[in-house]
Write a protein that binds this ligand. Structure first.
Ligand SMILES: O=C(O)CCC(=O)C(=O)O
Ligand SMILES: [Fe+2]
Length: 341
């Protein structure tokens, strides 16, 4: 594992997908990225720049609040809301001594209490901060969340084409998508891989895809050929990476790259991840173009909801304690990580 501490800074090592070019051409670039690292940049992604800027400004205002105020928005039973510093220990490599030096806020698609969807685990109201403590927070986050859903649907078309499926293939599975926006704030604590201190420990994301917006500070690294390679911020671009659910859905064809965040000395960092997962009940069994007699299913079927809950259980201490005696997540196939890493 010594090789995993090697750093290498290079030109952006993952492709740029221009979403304004014709879909077939874009899908070819997506396929190449998805079969190797599972990471790519998108440009002309259709999300107005001012929505990105506004949500960053409001996220900062929220994270600047005193802890007692943020505690009022602490994750609720749906796991929506604020998670404090050092809540997660994401690394799957056994190299992390201190839990992630970041705090975050989970914001989902708003589901009304008492509604049909509210009967599902993880589906319910958000835990917004009071309007008086961060005026405009909800409005900015809801606008950006909505724009990210639109972007997800467009990227899904490219992923479908890249898998030789009709462009609209995933639409039915995302009618009631699980969509979590997660503004993140990394503390001014320099990461030290040798001492096991990370902004975010090495992990793969859980779902279909992640749309990541970052401030101008680098920090994100992806493991490529045994080396940690920086994926730097790129003006006008968003970073897309695939999650484990798509890895499994594509029967291992598309990759969910192992990544981490290493923060630099004297540097706070803000990023906002948007995690898109299929609707809770979507069955995750190999996609038709990814399975055959010669290439049988590598995992048993699961559902999007079960899979996501098993992942939260494994990594979020507050989720685990909240669920004790409540939701029982069904663990999925245990081989996920070794396949990915
Ligand atoms: O902050 C970043 O650059 C990455 C965050 C991330 O990987 C995550 O939240 O899953
Ligand atoms: Fe991630």
């Amino acid at each position: 594992m010594a090789v995993l501490t090697t750093f290498e800074q290079a030109e952006p090592p993952v492709p740029v997908v221009d979403m304004a070019v014709d879909e077939e051409a874009a899908a070819r670039t997506v396929r190449e990225a998805c079969e190797t690292t599972g990471f790519f940049y998108v440009t002309n992604h259709g999300i107005p720049e001012d929505l990105i800027t506004k949500q960053f400004a409001k996220a900062k205002e929220f994270f600047d609040l005193p802890i007692q105020e943020k505690q009022k928005s602490k994750v609720n039973k749906y796991y929506h809301g604020w998670t404090p510093m050092n809540d997660e220990k994401l690394s799957v490599l056994g190299d992390q001594k201190v839990a992630d030096t970041k705090e975050g806020m989970y914001i989902a698609r708003e589901v009304a209490e008492g509604s049909e969807e509210n009967k599902l685990p993880l589906h319910g109201p958000n835990n917004w901060p009071a309007e008086s403590s961060v005026p405009g927070f909800r409005k900015a986050m809801e606008a950006y969340h909505k724009a990210c859903i639109g972007c997800t649907m467009r990227i899904n078309r490219l992923i479908a084409l890249a898998l030789d499926l009709p462009a609209t293939y995933f639409d039915k599975d995302f009618v009631k998508l699980m969509a979590l926006l997660r503004p993140l704030h990394y503390a001014c604590v320099a990461s030290s891989p040798d001492e096991g201190i990370f902004g975010a420990g090495a992990h793969t994301d859980y779902g279909m895809l992640t749309i990541l917006a970052t401030d101008n500070n680098p920090g994100l690294q992806v493991l490529m050929d045994g080396k940690w390679v920086s994926i730097p911020p790129k003006q006008g671009h968003l970073i897309i990476n695939l999650g484990d659910m798509l890895h499994r859905w594509s029967n291992g064809r598309f990759q969910s790259g192992l990544h981490r965040v290493v923060t630099l000395p004297g540097q706070e960092r803000y990023s906002t991840a948007f995690f898109a997962e299929p609707s809770f009940k979507t069955v995750i069994a190999p996609l038709p173009t990814c399975v055959s007699e010669e290439n049988p299913a590598k995992w048993p079927p699961t559902t999007s909801g079960e899979y996501l809950m098993s992942k939260y259980n494994a990594t979020h201490s507050t989720y685990k304690s909240r669920q004790e005696g409540a939701v029982q997540a069904t663990p999925s196939a245990p081989s996920e990580i070794s396949v990915t890493a």
